[in-house]
Design a binder for this molecule. Structure first.
Ligand code: PLP
Length: 359
């Protein structure tokens, strides 16, 4: 009976997550947004709880007023805003970083070719590679979730493209630029370095672009920049990839509103800085106060080992307390005893800590 209730809650969590919490709230007798007590703590998908920068909103609004016109096909304004922000690199853009990953795999991988993935990690690499008919090799991390560098190099041998996520989703583990460079110099294929959460750690991987023609660094506006709903991703790419990508991508990789809002977000670094500061402070609080082991994290989330309970059970109990977290049992090579918890607002963090410490 207990089993059944918990698995019911798990699907409820998933439903809540999709419907923005209304299902849970209705059952709890509240309306989301109507006071903290019946508001859900939405800590399941690593979103930024801070709304977008007012400048992003204003620029998106202005673009919307001119939405009768097609956007610039080459996304030149966004690309030059990226150059202004990062320096003279080569960029491609996509509908979220997911869109960039899909296009990169479609243009570089032939059916039957090998794609290597450092696991446990974000599942979209493998989904996109399998959709292209690739043969996917999972390269397991060390027991502490650091990357086994020699093991990675050996097993990525012969792969057309390899995926490495730092800070890694869902573990939060940071692999430093020196280790990434060791991999880059040893492998024959391309390395896709996923930097979706890089703003939350104090590492900079961009300098690696200069010396490596086989490196792609993926970035997104969905996390630190608070624009998940607008779907804006981009990547630092070697120059040779730009024309191939442009030929293969849909004619307008992004819509005008998303592109304009992203430019606005880039021009308001103070807004991001504030969100990052909050994440670092509250992440520290979780490390100090959570009574379960928390894996060191450089991201806007932490992974918690809830053994001997399963992630699914704990996600169910936390949902009961109005806290939505992600159970990690679906991540390959991780086991079933972990949850992933986003760092949200102060009250969300507090509610999460109270709820998990009361288990
Ligand atoms: C969120 C996330 C992305 C991409 O997000 P988009 O919203 O598609 O830009 C990419 N990689 C990882 C590891 C993520 O967690």
């Amino acid at each position: 009976m207990a089993e059944k209730r918990i698995s019911g809650y798990d699907s409820l969590v998933r439903k809540c997550y999709r419907s923005g919490g209304y299902v849970f709230a209705r059952r709890a007798g509240g309306v989301p947004g109507n006071g903290e007590s019946c508001r859900l703590a939405r800590l399941a998908s690593n979103e930024n709880p801070t709304p977008p920068s007012p400048l992003a909103v204003e620029m998106g609004y202005r673009a919307l007023q001119e939405a009768n016109r097609y956007p610039d096909e080459r996304m030149e304004e966004l690309t030059s805003a990226l150059s202004e922000f990062h320096g003279p690199y080569h960029f491609v853009t996509g509908v979220g970083m997911d869109g960039v990953i899909e296009t990169v795999i479609r243009i570089l991988v032939e059916p039957g070719e090998k794609v290597a993935i450092s696991v446990p990690t974000f599942s979209y690499y493998s989904l996109a590679a399998l959709a292209q008919g690739a043969s996917v090799i999972n390269i397991p991390r060390n027991p502490d979730f650091s990357v086994d560098i020699p093991g990675f190099i050996t097993q990525a041998n012969g792969a057309k493209i390899s995926f490495l996520c730092t800070p890694n989703n869902p573990t939060g583990t940071v692999t430093g630029p020196d280790d990434v460079e060791k991999i880059l110099t040893e492998i024959s294929g391309i390395l896709f370095l996923d930097n979706a959460y890089v703003e939350f750690c104090d590492r900079d991987y961009r300098a690696l672009m200069a010396a490596h023609e086989n490196l792609i660094i993926g970035r997104t506006f969905s996390k630190a920049y608070s624009l998940a709903g607008l779907r804006v991703g981009y990547a630092f790419v070697p120059e040779w990839l730009v024309p191939i990508y442009m030929r293969a991508a849909t004619p307008f990789t992004l819509n005008a509103v998303s592109a304009a809002a992203a430019i606005g977000a880039l021009r308001d670094p103070g807004h991001v800085h504030e969100a990052v500061g909050r994440v670092k402070r509250l992440r520290e609080e979780v490390f100090e106060k959570c009574r379960f082991p928390v894996t060191p994290s450089g991201a806007n989330f932490v992974m918690v080992d809830v053994s001997p309970m399963t992630g699914k059970e704990v996600a169910g109990c936390l949902a009961d307390a109005g806290v939505l977290v992600r159970s990690c049992e679906s991540f390959p090579c991780l086991g079933e005893h972990y949850i992933r918890v986003s760092i949200g607002e102060e009250w969300e963090n507090t509610r999460f800590l109270d709820a998990i410490n009361a288990l």
